[in-house]
Design a protein around this ligand. Sequence first.
Ligand SMILES: [Zn+2]
Length: 407
Amino acid sequence: MKFRTTFPLILSGWLAVIGCTGESPTPAVSPPADTADAGDADLHMSSIVIDTHNDVIGRVLIEGVDLRERLADGHSDIPRFFDGGLDAQFFSIWPDPIYGSDHSARRTLQEIDALYEILDAAPDQIELATTSETVRRIVSEGKIAALMGIEGGHAIEDDLGLLRIYHRLGVRYMTLTHFNTNNWADSSGDEPRWGGLSPFGEEVVLEMNRLGMIVDISHVSDETFWDVMGIVDKLVIASHSACRSLCDHPRNLSDDMIRAVAENGGVIGINFYPEFIDQSYKDQAEAERGGSVMEDFRVPENREPSTLDRLAAERHMSFQDGGLGIPQPPFESVMAHFHHVIELVGADHVGLGSDFDGIDVTPEGLEDVTDYPDITKALQERGYSDEDIRKILGENFLRVLKEVTGE
Ligand SMILES: [Zn+2]
């Protein structure tokens, strides 16, 4: 998720539709997407394809877009999921860090409600999944399996009861932090407070393991990562992270961290965000902006509750006008991260973690969810076996989901 610091003047129009998931403005309709190249269509379309991180629920809640429509902008909607052969989507439930640890539960529940409204509106196209078995059953019925993952441990407001309620509502992973350090875990995007996990943070991790909610180590600081790996007794994921040895960003995983995830048996969903995957793009972007994208999140907590929704909407809309004007990095720049993880630890520990609709720029040729078949094609061209490619596309993650949830 990236925010720019200048806000467009179109906010007042959008603010009128906050929360109205069923009464969205009519979106413009874009032409049908390109279909997959014939050579890779069979493997891609016959595989279960899972993406572990998509932020489009923010658009639903704040902009009022209707995911049943083919939207003219953004990266995702139900028609385009089908075009891209995307079978299962983890929808990120991400209360903006601005809500802090006092006001995040309402926002978290609003986002969960927004997803439930979509499920109710299109039951013949999309259904909630909470286990690997339900994913397989829903996909076999020709529908999209919708899964929920919370982004940012501040969502639980330091209360294990809220964590348990989110699990009951169907949430199956939680990133321990977002860009912000919270009251029990340090983030890679913020100042450290705990040197990793606090004692309560350790309780959160163990309770997630007990419940059957996947511990997601995307966004956490290195110290938090190693604290987690020292106590976790189930498989972990990085739902949307890339490789630090290819792009030196604190948000990415070092080779030692990638090896530790592999040793645990977990999976790393590769993030598509140019600033995390392409060193040249990152350097240009940080020079132009005058700092890391993560600094925009260092905002004081505990603002007046009545202003939080407006501020969150402004921050959401501030990235919709599209990037810094730096040319998109090439498609190969994201594929290099897949190849790197595979060369380092094998094909059992990598997957898709796009961050679509949480990023304002993508690599060239990965413009939206309809371009997933090109990843399959690139993996085939690299010479990986069909079995390995099916693992990367979804089977690796299904293995984790089965281990953690028990079914
Ligand atoms: Zn994120």
